[in-house]
Ligand binder design. Sequence first.
Ligand SMILES: Cc1ncc(COP(=O)(O)O)c(C=O)c1O
Length: 366
Amino acid sequence: MPPRHGGNLVWAAAIARCAPEELLDFSASLNPLGPPASVVAALHHGLGAIRDYPDPACTALVQALAATYALDPDTLLVGNGAAELLTWIGRDCAACSRVYLVTPYFQDYGRALRAFAASVATIPLDQVRHDVQALAAKLHPEDAVILNNPHNPTGHLWSRSAVQALVATGATVVVDEAFMDFLPPATSQTVLPYVKEYPNLIVLRSLTKFYSLAGLRLGYVVSQPERLRRWQQWRDPWSVNALALVAGVAALGDRPFQEQTWQWLAPAREALQRALDQIPTLRITSPSHGNFLLVTTEASVLPLQRYLLEHHRLLIRDCLSFPELGERYFRVAVRQPSDHEQLLRGLGQYFGVSISPSQLLNVKAE
Ligand SMILES: Cc1ncc(COP(=O)(O)O)c(C=O)c1O
């Protein structure tokens, strides 16, 4: 059975009959420029830290985050990936009358909410994509909503003021900004600065995607101190390991890596999108502000996924974990031009396209 999450290289390598590291992974949306060399060097340097228990307050990383985002350190809680913090979000949301999720939604929301028997209601993305009023009108202060901005898997971006309209209802609003770092500061729609003002706002963030640290597990939440103190008491005191703390501080300090990523992403995403658009059976459903593209096809993508693994050692993300999308969608990460060529070669052969990958990638914007 295919994995429910992207990046399951062991499963994919068994189908491709190769070692996991020989696969070209388009399924997990990780920054191809990472992990930053500064982080790798800091990890080498910091190896001695594995001897002792890690700092349960994650002091150095909390200070670095507070300085980077101009936040009060008391409003920060670091976790073993955003996924760990989603568990505690699930617990708080379960105490609300109803939790609204925008479909399709990241499957881990379901896991965290089911764990605490939350009462879940859904609203389709198409109803709130351009106007959150349809959702705001449903919300009471005793409700909660989890919004993912930019949205996985479509890459849709809500403006800061749209999110604020939800927060103003008084409902508990969780904004999962796991992919927000990919937007340069000038276009970022982060609502981190609103946390001070709104006790009902919880902002969830991850270092996994932007810094390519999926295996280390590192995320954080920004919310009111009273809420975070409660979560701190419930959880494992050492959930964030010593090396993750070292890596996090180094990553936040690496401004050149951040700039490089911002310069790389938009042109790389546009070139890949234009190339995919040339393949007749494929369609990109909406403009993406993330480091991934959601593609729809005329038939099930499962045979395509298998073909790309068996013949090209390429892994794309089927969207079975987003039940509203079904089998006719796949998601690909934006990577480097040479990786895009390989993807386009595989897709071109599968769909019988005669144009070469480099020609596809050189299609100019209209
Ligand atoms: C929208 C979204 N939020 C959160 C996460 C979890 O991130 P982390 O690796 O920090 O647990 C993911 C990972 O795929 C994600 O796609």
